[in-house]
Design a protein around this ligand. Structure first.
Ligand code: G6P
Length: 612
């Protein structure tokens, strides 16, 4: 969603802002803008559309200045047009603001400000905040930072903001609540951004601002305080990310690069955590909470999107291996339905970005009821790992393509390790099965590599279906969450309607859709429910549906029934999701490319959903 980049130092700010905004494009946006503060001139340039279009318009202008900020907007209040794009000036044009998040009480604040004679140019909640700050400055004449602080105390909702003032050409003010902000620390210079991607090129040293904190940043000067006016000592951390991870590395799209990174990213998620030759398995993140897990009567998993699908795989894993009952919840539903949560519950929050607003709110709710919260996140230092009691990073590396791929397989790998660790401790798996699973886990990166060899075949299949309007995905057992994930990938990036279903449920509804035009993707690996899936395939064929089957190499039965087969290596049942999802990611990717869709930044979607 919206992206923020800001800079104060001795470099020319324009290239930093444009490059920073380009690095933030992956989050999803519909308009972009910048503000540059040069002595006491404060200029704002913004427009609907891509950052490159903004750059095309501004390139010739030779914009000068060492202080500035840029924003990519994902529309919430008001349509995506030039006026609603950020930055927003205050009424006098003395102040400019950029904002991520939603000011929930904007309507009442706006009404009050209108009564006091203020005029608004846009439909945004953001313009209300900047005029509120200006109103406080005009009426009470405090310092700028004090005016910002007072205004933030009146705001209900979530925000990450940066403010520039014509009357303070040597400072920028930033603040956050519920929406992330990172400060990059260079030599006599500072960067502020919604995530580390625009900063990494310049410095590895960062400060993560906490909720309800504001930073007053000058050239070589930084002060952090809470919006309750308590001074804080900032803690500088070193980023592990490098620039290469943020580039496409020769691939046409980030998504394809990330699909192909999976042999490595799956391995990275297990590296140092398992050693089959020694029978070793240890997720260090559990720390002091292992006994809590051991005694847990129930695990509740909260997540959204693809991470929710990883949660569904985990439900099968924890129940089968560790014999702990699991409930998998959409974070957005869980947070609003007064769920029964007790101190004996373990809540696992799964999130690639670590910033998803609904998942964060679900964590807060479960915490307030005394549950122990365990995070499974990819982005180091993000909000969810900081809000949880314990957790394990997935170490998949930065994921830039909006449609999640390598984050999913890494999540499933980490959750498998977690389930297996608990199963061993509880004695719910035999030692020999435990060892064979560890061995197989070490083979999984190689099997993912083999699954990637299906690429040409998948591409040729994709070619046949680029004009269809609907797809059905079916699976049973561990194949069911994979079917959901395959369908989600396809709709996200190719805009083809796709539904995932448990194969046996097909006859309770979707079967009515099947005719000779309906492609049905079936996850039909050799596992416990293989025979039953074969029957489901026959039901589709009897109605002339077109079967695209993901099968275990060497399969002959499904081969005889299906119109297209994609063979993947044989693995343990519980590890099938990590391997079988690969051809489905490739299928969605090729369909989207052939249909001319923007694979990495699909319309209307955001990578990091920081509003509810
Ligand atoms: C957005 C992204 C999805 C992602 C979901 C949850 O919708 O487009 O790819 O699965 O958010 O995000 P999280 O960062 O919490 O995994």
């Amino acid at each position: 969603m919206c992206g923020i980049v800001a800079y104060i130092g001795n470099r020319q700010v324009y290239p930093i802002l444009i490059k920073g905004l380009q690095r933030l494009e992956y989050r999803g946006y519909d308009s972009a803008g910048i503000a540059i503060l040069n002595n006491s001139e404060l200029a704002v340039y913004k427009r609907a559309g891509k950052v490159s279009e903004l750059d095309d318009v501004l390139k010739g202008k030779h914009l000068k200045g060492n202080v500035g900020m840029g924003h990519t907007r994902w529309a919430t209040h008001g349509e995506p047009n030039d006026t609603n794009a950020h930055p927003h000036f205050s009424e006098s044009k003395n102040l400019a603001i950029i904002h991520n998040g939603i000011i929930e009480n904007y309507a009442s604040l706006k009404e009050e400000l209108i009564k006091r004679g203020h005029i608004f140019r846009s439909d945004t909640d953001t313009e209300v905040l900047v005029n509120l700050i200006e109103d406080i400055l005009q009426n009470a004449n405090p310092d700028l930072d004090e005016a910002v602080r007072l205004a933030l105390n009146e705001v209900v909702g979530a925000y990450a903001i940066v403010i520039l003032s014509k009357n303070h050409p040597d400072k920028i003010i930033a603040a956050r609540k519920g929406s992330p902000l990172v400060i990059g620390v260079g030599k006599d210079e500072y960067f502020v951004a919604s995530d580390a991607t625009p900063i990494i090129e310049y410095t590895n040293n960062v400060i993560y601002l906490n909720d309800m904190e504001m930073a007053i940043v000058g050239k070589g000067k930084l002060m952090v305080k809470t919006i309750q006016n308590q001074i804080k000592t900032p803690y500088i951390e070193e980023l592990e990310m490098n620039l290469e991870q943020l580039e496409k590395g020769g691939y046409p799209h980030f998504m394809l690069k990330e699909i192909y990174e999976q042999p490595r990213s799956v391995w990275d998620s297990m590296r140092g955590r398992i050693d089959a030759s020694k029978g070793f398995l240890r997720l260090g993140g559990i720390g002091d909470y292992e006994n809590k897990f051991y005694n847990a009567k129930r695990i509740i998993i909260v997540a959204c999107g693809t991470s929710w699908h990883a949660g569904l795989v985990a439900e099968y894993l924890f129940e089968e291996l560790a014999r702990i009952p699991v409930e998998v919840e959409y974070a957005s539903e869980f947070r609003y339905r007064n769920p029964v949560v007790t101190e004996e519950d373990i809540v696992i929050a799964i999130s690639q970005s670590g910033e998803t607003a609904d998942t964060l709110a679900a964590i807060d709710l479960a915490k307030s009821k005394g549950a122990t919260i365990f995070g499974v996140c990819n982005v180091v230092g993000s909000s969810i790992p900081r809000a949880t009691h314990a957790g394990s990073y997935t170490h998949a590396g930065p994921e830039i393509g909006v449609a999640s791929t390598k984050a999913f397989t890494a999540q499933v790998a980490v959750l498998t390790l977690l389930a297996l660790q608990l199963a061993r401790k509880k004695g719910t798996v035999t030692e020999s099965y435990f060892h064979s699973l560890l061995n197989e886990l070490e083979q999984i990166p190689g099997k993912v590599e083999q699954a990637l060899l299906t690429n040409d075949k998948v591409k040729s299949i994709a070619q046949k279906f680029i004009d269809v309007r609907n797809f059905l995905y079916l699976g049973r057992g561990y194949g069911f969450p994979v079917a959901l994930e395959g369908a989600l990938k396809l709709k996200e990036i190719s805009y083809i309607h796709a539904e995932g279903y448990p194969a046996a449920e097909m006859k309770h509804g979707p079967i009515a859709l099947i005719d000779e035009h309906m492609p049905v993707v079936v996850i039909a690996n050799k596992n416990g429910s293989y025979e039953k899936v074969v029957s489901n395939i026959q039901e589709v064929k009897a109605r002339k549906g077109i079967i695209i089957a993901i099968v275990t190499e060497g399969d002959t039965v499904v081969k005889g029934l299906a119109d297209y087969v994609i063979e993947i290596p044989r693995t343990e049942d519980i590890l099938v999701p990590i391997v079988s999802v690969i051809p489905l990611q490739l299928l969605a990717y090729h369909m989207a490319v052939m249909r001319g869709c923007n694979v990495d930044q699909p319309r209307n979607l955001a990578k990091s959903v920081t509003v509810e």
